[in-house]
Design a protein around this ligand. Sequence first.
Ligand code: ADP
Ligand code: MG
Length: 678
Amino acid sequence: MPNFTDDIRTVSGVSERRAALYGKIGIKTAGDLLTHYPRGYIDFSSPIEINRAEVGEYAVIRAAVAKKLAPFFGKSAVYKLLLTDENGAIICTFFNSEYNFNRLVVNKEYIFYGKIGGNVLQKEIINPLFITPDDPNKLAPKYRLTAGLTNGIVSANARCALAAVKGGEPADLPERIRRDYSLIDVKSALEKIHFPASAEDYKTARRGLVFKELLVLQLGLAMVKARNRKLTGAAMPGRDIRAFYGNLPFKPTRAQLRAVDECVADMKKRVPMNRLLQGDVGSGKTAVAAALAYYAYLGGFQTALMVPTEILANQHYKTFQEFLTPLGVKTVLLTGGLSAAEKKLSRSEIKSGEAAVAVGTHALIQSGTEFGALGLVITDEQHRFGVGQRSKLISKGDNPHTLVISATPIPRTLGLIIYGDLDISVLDEMPKGRLPVKTYCVDTSFRERLYKFIIKRVGEGGQAYIVCPLIEESAANEKASAVNYYGELRETWLSGVPTALLHGRMKQPEKDGVMADFKSGKTKVLVSTTVIEVGVDVPDAVIMLIENAEQFGLSQLHQLRGRVGRGKEQSYCILVTDNCSPYTKARTDAMTRTTDGFEIADEDLKLRGPGDFFGQRQHGLPVLKIADMSEDAEILEETRKLAKSVIDGDPELTSPGNAGLKALVAELFKESSEYGYN
Ligand code: ADP
Ligand code: MG
């Protein structure tokens, strides 16, 4: 009898070949198979008549086997049966499944589920799933599959793997917690989630599993937070930063002042700050970062600001120079695009402490970069970095204060999870005088009008972005290719307008040149891929035209829109797409309805689901297998409180009563090594 942690091959019915298929979808052990939860269920409880089953749709029908036809052995083995009910008949076909063919008995009735093929005169149901009418389990699981696996196979294997639960204990929450929160035990939950007898069964099972998953996750995060509180870093005593505000080219918003104050309060303490700065695109997060760098400088410490792209590094470098150089603070740039000599110079100034601020890309975390006295680590556009990269930069100082900046507003619920180990400051106010960007969605027949509109605005001193999803020619749609599209526009509509091309495969100096010309206003229209997505700031840019808008996610569209509307003029975001799928429409509707990043984020979460919202790689957290952040908000809150109280009482889960929880945390975080549970 297999154990929960035993290899998938120990489950009866799982051959070497099948194990390889399971491997493709990340299933290696019996336990993995059991936590490969169904994505939904086929409801066998209300079958329809054969006559009412529509060709091209999935249907559940109740029918008797009228006769078995002679098998046909061609490229594959084809087994056909004739099924009938009172008013109709349908052919049932199995490919390569003598097993199912043999299981069906002539003259007996079954309930079948499958896609209806053929035509109205002769319908066909191919490789259906079926149960007998007296089967008490009327809900059959549907799984995420890969070619070669079917729902039938996975559910049969899952049934066998349930034996694993009986053989070796799967780890469960302590009895006291299950009692307090009325949760069923994990064994029953696993059985019921795969084979619920009723919707009620399913709900009970799911609640138990979601609760467990969210509790363990939040225990892990609460442990990190508790550990962090025990570290000792550099306390930076109170200093006056009025000179910084005096030198700013604008009046800070109240939200900016509040965020700076919250961070400064943290930085005065020995416990390192561990904070997230959240704010919609254009809310002015860079100025907050610069104020803190100045504060650290006054305390005798260096600041490292890491950003994901060279373009952004260059931009921040210039901004920091503008804000800080007049105050006597030296900022240096360190990116992969610099010449060897330039890099060497930056590194030596960072090491000697002559540079108080280092702005750069991943070059900052390379082994050659050493800091004299790193006291503050800031990562901008946090969602682009893994936790690992952030901790590498942090390790260059002696428990420095850390601030992570995210321009992707995160729904509160998700923020608690992804940034559960951080405190949060929010910029909930836009600088004064900004007009909301007007957003429209049009089809490609509008292109000429759009070009005329761009030419008109450019004539009035404006600038425009045209974003395409791909770099080079794509057969499907050549407008999708920035290179081709640029070439075409130069020769036609925009021949009289200074237009440039920007994409990720260009060499760095080239990119810098293009960007500099666009920022200075020498170039008026920038045709580009999404390299401009992150953080780029050009106040005169008033048009954002997005081609093939259906290719972008909602948050990405919102990010792109954030590139305009930064100055005093009315800005426009125009989504161009001929795609009318409901999913595209849901995104374009959300974009035209609101410019509020938090609302967009909520909508995005609903559309994409939490697993997708931030790829696991990006935040380094374990993947959640069953919990759904928008649906399970209540359990999320319950478990958050519980996790906090457990960790407050036993920060390292060392008491014997918490040993089980500790093991569960280690198990969940086993692939997130940055969290240090193993
Ligand atoms: P983000 O939050 O998206 O990183 P930035 O820091 O790039 O935004 O700021 C966007 C633009 O707004 C910049 O041009 C910046 O100079 C300007 N800005 C920032 N704060 C203010 C303010 N308080 N008043 C006016 N303009 C501001
Ligand atoms: Mg920014």
